[in-house]
Ligand binder design. Structure first.
Ligand code: BV8
Ligand code: ZN
Length: 250
């Protein structure tokens, strides 16, 4: 892929970089996306499963869907794109990674500070008293109860639920001070996360989208690259590192 010298130089010089990732960055690790042809939602609407209404209406069905997804995620490993972002975090002065993903792959790739906007599927909490419950209930096919009598649910954000306040606040603050903002592997459909790249643009960041296909924000960003993040990101990062080395020797 031909990356612009503008992008390479900006990333090499950037003091502050912020990144938003979506399901697309985990696709090459084997995690199905939401809206692609092999997507999880293909014959269901998100609200029919990932919402409180759906859960209260049919706790066993929603619980089984999450158990199915946890099983899918048991053998996945981070891919090259996750590792690039972990490396960037260590090298860029002010680096912020916000993810919509609940698969925990950024943490497993070594990213130290991951803002998990939609929670993490490996954690469970009580739907009533809110207590975090360490037990994985791996064998449980039916919805289980907390001691307080409430249902145990995955510690993820459902449609219609508010996002965790601090990760959301920190994500917007990072977008507003970023020199460069990268939107990677997201269809930019789900709010409020999808507003982050546009917030960065409003605050004069150089906004770049890396995604398999055009999205809702493609016409609004400074540059867009279409292709798999697992190869585009390492390719871009190699050029940025070379530029940074050049800069050091001048
Ligand atoms: C809130 C956790 C309000 C759970 C998720 C109408 C009705 C109801 C609600 C709304 C409505 N209109 C707007 C809303 C708000 C709603 C929303 O935005 N709905 C959308 C559908 C319109 N948002 C909410 O409900 C949020 N809460 O607004 O609360 C409120 C306000 C105040 C007070 C009280 C309440 C909560 C949203 C969070 C929902 N939870 N996940 C779970 O996973 O089970 S969202 C879910 O979608 C995932 O987190 C996922 O990450 C996220 C976004 O999808 P993407 O990550 O972008 O994934 P997608 O498949 O869409 O795209 C992947 C992209 O990657 C594709 O473009 C593909 O081309 C690309 N790709 C594929 N392979 C690759 C690749 N790219 C690069 N490389 C590859 N190899
Ligand atoms: Zn409880």
């Amino acid at each position: 892929m031909q990356f612009s010298s503008e992008l390479i130089e900006r990333l090499a010089k950037a003091k502050s970089v912020a990144v938003l990732t979506g399901a697309g960055i985990s696709a090459e690790s084997g995690v199905p996306t939401f809206r692609g042809e092999d997507g999880l939602w293909k014959n269901l609407k998100p609200e029919e499963l990932a919402s409180m209404d759906a859960f209260l209406k049919n706790p066993d069905l929603v619980w089984q869907w999450y158990q199915f997804r946890r099983d899918l995620m048991r053998d996945i490993t981070p891919n090259a794109a996750h590792y690039v972002l972990a490396d960037m975090e260590a090298k860029v002065e002010d680096f912020t990674l916000s993810t919509q993903n609940i698969d925990g792959l950024h943490i497993r790739a070594g990213s130290q500070h991951v803002l998990e906007l939609h929670g993490n599927i490996s954690r469970n909490r009580c739907n009533s008293c809110g207590k975090l419950i360490e037990h994985s209930f791996e064998e449980e096919k039916k919805a289980v109860h907390c001691e307080c009598g409430g249902f145990v649910r995955p510690d993820v954000v459902w449609f219609g639920e508010t996002l965790p306040a601090k990760p959301l606040y920190d994500s917007f603050a990072a977008a507003e001070r970023a020199d460069v903002y990268l939107s990677i592997g997201t269809s930019a459909v789900v709010q409020p996360a999808a507003s982050l790249p546009l917030e960065a643009k409003n605050y004069n960041a150089y906004v770049v989208e890396i995604n398999l296909e055009p999205t809702e924000i493609s016409s609004l960003v400074d540059e867009q690259y279409h292709g798999p993040a697992g190869s585009l990101l390492p390719e871009l990062y190699k050029l940025v590192e070379e530029e940074r080395e050049l800069g050091k020797n001048h």
